[in-house]
Design a protein around this ligand. Structure first.
Ligand code: SF4
Length: 198
């Protein structure tokens, strides 16, 4: 992970950045940064691996539909001041890519919260935006389909690639490229020099 290049390119685009060698360091940092808030979290294997919901619950109200599934939780999340998610692809040139099915996760990174944290492992980083989009579509999305055990062609093929299907169960419905933080929010990218999520 080229910290200097990532810091330069993301900060040039108006993102804040922070860098950590380990998950423990990153979780401890986030616990310090986020206190006394209502925090919502996006669906994310990275966040689950970090057990960030438990860590943040010590000093915040945490809303996460992976703990309490359902529309009610998703609606409550829209009122959160802080949002934490990961990205499906991170361009080293300073852009973030996410693909969503329900749209709740990408929506929260565009409008609503005061601050959004993207927590990303080094495996999410691609050299440029084309690489980040390819990663999101060809790697992250099929692997999420495998996790969700949906009847989709990418799962039937072992989750190795995307077939740009037209299935009613398709989970890839909105692709958002964050080129800069949207005008009414701060965005910080928390880089962890470990493999996390997919
Ligand atoms: S578009 Fe269809 S085939 Fe491609 S990853 Fe998404 S669900 Fe799988």
């Amino acid at each position: 992970m080229d910290r200097e290049a990532l810091k330069k390119n993301f900060e040039k685009h108006g993102f804040q950045t922070s860098f950590f060698h380990t998950c423990e360091e990153a979780v401890s940092y986030l616990k310090e940064q986020i206190r006394g808030e209502t925090v919502a979290m996006g669906g994310s294997v990275t966040l689950k691996e970090l057990e960030l919901d438990k860590a943040l619950s010590e000093h915040n109200v945490v809303i996460w539909h992976w703990n309490t599934p359902g529309m009610e939780t998703l609606k409550r999340a829209t009122g959160a001041h802080i949002y934490v998610t990961s990205a499906n692809g991170v361009a080293a040139t300073g852009e973030l890519v996410n693909i969503d099915g329900n749209g709740n996760r990408v929506a929260m990174t565009l409008f609503g919260p005061r601050k959004v944290y993207f927590v990303v492992g080094r495996n999410k980083i691609a050299p440029d935006l084309t690489g980040a989009l390819t990663r999101a579509k060809e790697i992250a999305a099929p692997k999420n389909v495998m996790r969700l055990e949906k009847k989709l062609p990418c799962r039937a093929a072992g989750g190795e690639t995307c077939y740009d299907c037209n299935s009613p169960e398709r989970i890839c419905r909105a692709t958002v490229i964050l080129e800069r933080p949207c005008a009414l929010m701060e965005v910080e990218v928390v880089f962890i020099d470990q493999e996390l999520g997919y």
